[in-house]
Design a binder for this molecule. Sequence first.
Ligand SMILES: [Zn+2]
Length: 344
Amino acid sequence: MAISNKYQIEQRFISYGDARSGEKLICPKFVVSHETANNTADADDHYKYFDGQQPNASAHTFIDDTKILEIIPLDEKAWHNRYGNPEDNRMFGEDANDAAIGVELCRTGDFKKAYDRYVWYHAYLCRKFELDVFKRIVAHKTLDPRRRSDPESWLKPNGVTWSKFINDVKAYYDAWDGEETTVKVEAPEQKVKAVVVSNPERALRKGDNGTPVTNLQKKLIAAGFKLPKYGADGDYGYETVSAVKVFQKAVGITVDGIAGPVTFSKLETYKKPKNKSKSIVAYPGHLIKKGSRGKDVERVQRAVSVSPDGVFGTKTEVAVKAYQKRHGLKVDGLVGRETWNKLF
Ligand SMILES: [Zn+2]
């Protein structure tokens, strides 16, 4: 049996949505290698997640110890690297999302079996799209070194270096059509504890929790987008949704309350306006309350983490009351001098 027949590729495509736009990927120019950084989800779980949740992130193929599963057709784009990173443009002349296949290695099950499929699938892609194994496979880490460490983050603890991985791919690539059946691709037997990676591979949204959410919340707070009620509690609740929306509006990107690659990228580079938090904004001299409109209302809304539309409605009133309660002020939902001075 030729190496080319060693594994079957399963295709089960997710529905169209944020994770799968259907935009065409004409003739892939390189491959980006990832690992999921998720200790419990296998290939099928990732299919379910991307199909159901439709985050603003995705990859073409998920590989575990039992299957190679393509969830996005190889002639469509997937969202597996941050736009705005210079490295993919420098190396390949294009953004990875527009020109590359994204392949994810799952952590579940037997590492050796999953790794062998992962190696084989990279060789398959290089054969299929006529790509040079040594020049056209790149680690996600190389494209996004400040935020990512995959797939080495899972290869390394299992005893596989990047160069071993590439050489293993080359061995399969070279033996592809021959009758040779005994190409040895073996990872050491070593059992290792899973490494927890804090930066998420996928978009975060309401209902998510854990370290990636806490990190997002800390970044928001550091950027001056307050989470007055719950702080960095690791739960992506309405307050985080609201702060993410305020941030998205402030930097001029799609306001959906979902922290996807674009939002993270903007947060990384966001510069907090200088002295804003220290400067005292003079009380406008009149009560701001339900029904009020304008710039002062926007200021109040920003201060209580309500999406600033300049219209003092019920949401703003509720947020103001909550703020007053927390700060020992009279809870009336009216922004008078006392509340204003506390806010600013
Ligand atoms: Zn990755």
